[in-house]
Design a protein around this ligand. Structure first.
Ligand SMILES: *[C@@H]1O[C@H](CO)[C@@H](O)[C@H](O)[C@H]1NC(C)=O
Ligand SMILES: *[C@@H]1O[C@H](CO)[C@@H](O)[C@H](O)[C@H]1NC(C)=O
Ligand SMILES: *[C@@H]1O[C@H](CO)[C@@H](O)[C@H](O)[C@H]1NC(C)=O
Ligand SMILES: *[C@@H]1O[C@H](CO)[C@@H](O)[C@H](O)[C@H]1NC(C)=O
Ligand SMILES: *[C@@H]1O[C@H](CO)[C@@H](O)[C@H](O)[C@H]1NC(C)=O
Ligand SMILES: *[C@@H]1O[C@H](CO)[C@@H](O)[C@H](O)[C@H]1NC(C)=O
Ligand SMILES: *[C@@H]1O[C@H](CO)[C@@H](O)[C@H](O)[C@H]1NC(C)=O
Ligand SMILES: CC(=O)N[C@H]1CO[C@H](CO)[C@@H](O)[C@@H]1O
Length: 397
């Protein structure tokens, strides 16, 4: 009986005395409190080689503060909880020490410090972000700068952190570089740098402008100049084919600074086309100006008071036609009855033939029998009409 009690006591004693696991202290092989850490109630002893160990892990209650990797390593309270957490308040089953400055992961950080539960992007430290650095939503500038050394700002929809040099929420100071990083669908900075826009060329471009890009870059200059090298403050598109004014013409293309008479295009001439005061010497019409301002078939009147359309089908006088003679329509230097220019002297008093009569006045297409004038019908035709008339009367009777 007494032998059994002694055996039980021996067994109990064996169970209670728990030899610690081997750890390396700050001075390898030196197993003093100074080298391994002072923990009241625990004694260090030399183990094999450079290792030290706690003599008896059960010698006193396990502390809940001031824990180190040495104590946790020698007396892990739970299997594999061999490292002290960052605050030294518990031993944790982290695969690497909580003091590590590389190889940190979210999982390790959570074990090591619940206040800094995420590893930064390169795993060099645990951070107080509210989301994992591998998240792909809900990013804020604050958490971006915690996670990424070189990507301090959240992109515009918070799906990633970017290496822009200003926050993506900025309302000034934009550059194409930053716009493209913050939101690739609006990759260009507006001219005033206050926003990012969906232009297809940089607002500082010196060629390739379109109306669509111009209005995005600077709404004060909404249209591309005719040469596409800049944007201008015209009130209509430089590719318009109506509604032109001198001012818009000049803005769109300084080498054709005047609206033509029909306002359908811009032209160059010695003076503006619209609103000319022909009594002032430099504003008199010239052939060149008439051609530019109206059309190629126009020439200037003799006194410079206006332009004549040599192709006009009405309103022309012999004088007008004489001016036009040789200009555009060959020898069409006489006005006909309709006021168009023809090659026959419609005032002639002899030599009329049918083709000339028709040309001079379609209403009197027939030469009289002596050829001195044109008439509506010939005398032989009149006789035929009379005959027809009498036959009709006879038939009706
Ligand atoms: C992002 O934030 C919203 C609203 O706070 C939340 O509902 C959502 O779960 C978050 N998403 C992630 C991936 O954290
Ligand atoms: C890791 O990132 C931090 C900032 O997040 C930075 O301070 C550190 O230099 C980086 N280390 C390496 C090795 O890139
Ligand atoms: C967020 O922006 C990125 C580009 O910055 C884009 O690729 C992605 O489709 C956007 N996501 C959403 C949900 O808008
Ligand atoms: C936008 O256009 C207006 C009108 O030409 C000009 O005065 C202004 O300087 C332009 N703004 C920028 C930022 O270029
Ligand atoms: C415009 O026309 C005037 C004379 O009509 C001429 O002196 C000037 O050189 C022309 N300008 C251009 C850009 O062609
Ligand atoms: C028309 O011009 C030609 C030369 O081009 C000239 O010979 C002819 O006399 C002119 N006719 C009239 C009616 O002026
Ligand atoms: C046209 O004919 C009339 C009548 O014969 C004549 O007086 C006039 O001089 C002619 N005009 C021209 C330009 O020859
Ligand atoms: C939206 C979000 O997650 N914001 C957090 C970013 O990180 C800071 C801590 O630095 C938190 O306070 C924010 O709530």
């Amino acid at each position: 009986m007494s032998r059994l009690i002694i055996l039980l006591l021996l067994l109990t004693f064996h169970q209670c005395k728990q030899l610690g696991q081997n750890v390396i202290c700050s001075q390898p092989g030196v197993c003093t409190d100074q080298s391994c850490g002072t923990f009241s109630g625990f004694q260090w002893q030399q183990s094999t080689g450079n290792y030290c160990q706690i003599q008896d892990c059960s010698s006193t209650a396990f502390p809940s503060s001031g824990l180190t990797d040495q104590l946790c390593g020698s007396c892990p309270p739970i299997t594999q909880a061999i490292y002290a957490n960052s605050l030294g308040t518990s031993c944790v089953a982290s695969p690497i020490p909580c003091s590590s400055t590389q190889g940190l992961t979210d999982q390790i950080c959570k074990l090591c410090n619940s206040q800094k539960p995420f590893a930064n992007s390169n795993g060099t430290s645990c951070i107080a972000s509210t989301q994992s650095c591998s998240s792909n939503s809900n990013w804020t500038d604050q958490n971006c700068s915690l996670c990424f050394q070189n990507k301090p700002y959240a992109n515009i929809n918070g799906t990633a952190c970017v290496a822009s040099t200003i926050p993506c929420k900025s309302s000034s100071g934009w550059t194409d570089f930053n716009c493209n990083l913050c939101n690739p669908s609006t990759p260009i900075a507006s001219s005033n740098g206050k926003k990012c826009i969906a232009s297809t060329i940089s607002c500082s471009s010196t060629s390739g402008w379109t109306d669509a890009n111009c209005i995005l870059c600077n709404s004060s200059t909404p249209y591309a100049a005719a040469d596409g090298k800049s944007c201008v403050a015209s009130t209509i598109s430089c590719s318009s084919n109506q509604g032109w004014t001198d001012n818009n013409c000049f803005l769109c293309n300084p080498s054709t600074p005047f609206a033509n008479i029909a306002q359908t295009a811009c032209v160059n001439s010695s003076y503006q086309c619209i609103g000319r005061k022909f009594n002032l010497p430099q504003q008199k019409w010239t052939d060149d100006d008439c051609a530019s301002c109206y059309s190629f078939s126009y020439i200037s009147k003799q006194d410079g008071s206006g332009c004549l359309n040599c192709y006009a089908l009405s309103g022309m006088t012999d004088n007008d036609c004489k001016l036009c003679n040789g200009s555009y329509d060959g020898e069409n230097s006489y006005a006909n009855a309709l006021g168009a220019c023809v090659s026959i002297n419609c005032s002639q008093t002899s030599g009329w033939v049918t083709s000339d009569c028709t040309m001079c006045n379609p209403a009197t297409p027939m030469p009289s029998s002596d050829g001195t004038m044109c008439v509506s019908v010939t005398s032989s035709q009149i006789i035929k009409l009379y005959l027809l008339f009498f036959i009709l009367i006879f038939l009706i009777d």
